[in-house]
Design a protein around this ligand. Sequence first.
Ligand code: AMP
Length: 467
Amino acid sequence: MCGIVGVWNPATADPTEAARLVFFSLYALQHRGQESAGIAATDGSDLRLVRRMGLVGQVFGEPDLGVLGGRAAIGHTRYSTTGSSRIQNAQPMVVSVDALGELAIGHNGNCINARDLRDELSREGVQFATSSDTEVVAQVIANERGATWDDRLTRALPKLRGAWSLVILTPSALYAIRDPLGVRPLCLGRKGDAWLVASETCALETVGATFVRDVAPGEVLRIDDRGPMPIADFAADRRGLCVFEHVYLASVASDLGGVSVYATRERMGETLADEHPTEADVVIPVPDSAIPAAVGYARRSGIPFREGLIKNRYIGRTFIQPSPELRQQGVALKYNALRDVLDGKRVVVVDDSIVRGSTSGPIVELLRGHGAKEVHLRICSPPIRHQCFFGVDMARRDELIASELDVESIRRHVGADSLGYLSLAGMVRATGGTEGELCTACFTGDYLVPVQLELAKDSLESEKVRV
Ligand code: AMP
């Protein structure tokens, strides 16, 4: 997952307005990636780029926005899925060809045939500077035939396999693109004369833009002074929005496909209460992601909702590693438990998912350590048994606890008195969609695009970087 944004702002008195809108939109998408952030902007003749490691608020200062003047800009906040976490892999990335000039690209997703495409281009003499699949996508576009970027884009996109939502900026146009299945979200908004595209609707709201519509799966939208214009449609014959966007990735402040993420997660909690009821005194969430689900569980079960764990709001992906001693503190670095709420109580604790299974055990222990008499763990998604190849860094298959253990063994492993997972049907129903409109591969193993099961996050790293 990553966050992407694009702004086309034809007429404004403030030349930094487009970059400013991108900056605040990226702030709203920080939950989608905390490793690096970048903005590319154009004044109609060339592209300017600022990108650094760190959080959006750390990366950009007022002087950067001055450099990023111009009518249009794109932005990216990164969470690495292909390629390691380092500045060369930060986005937007810029490529340039003599005939057409520069193009900047921001990518959310994972191009699963990047290795083959890169090998092909390398044989033709193209040099690569990074281990990111996004550079491969950019080079595939740049090395296509065609007199315009529109031509090159529409020739290049059918060669890509996998998941991609893209924002692309050239001095004369902004492009917003989704893969044929629409695995990662992307929406279009309007603020005055400006057009915006963003991974999630929460970014539009943050800057006072109104939601116009989702960019459709397979759609290539070109935006310039004339407004948004679809220039190609590569839609597949089914849809495949990642169901994990509903479960965990997207902000609760967003709508996905016109449906409130908060409401979906509440329904997940309600269904979980129907499927896995228990006798208890209090329902608590693992904050922040499971709060609406716990609200739903409490409402349906009639058991009071309380906050029993408080998350440190300022903990991100910090670059200062804890010492081995502090590391033993584990989840205690992230959460404080409230003895007042927990002492002597039978507790239902609701979480969104179990991935590796390293968080749940310490949480159960923390709750017991603060007096919980019984701990009943409820999970708002089915067991995750299969690796994601489409843009979520979930872990390799052999690291996923549910790929090795059944539910009873996982319960013993995490030390809970009972463990209940939401069913696949219950999860899908809560989204308001059908299984035929979603990618559920991490739960079912039914990949919508053929995948090489051995594909790894660092699959483009084995070659020596040449630049
Ligand atoms: P664990 O089971 O220890 O791997 O941790 C699972 C928890 O991490 C979940 O409850 C989520 O809140 C969170 N989570 C889920 N997916 C991811 C992901 N791809 N990257 C980071 N955190 C995640």
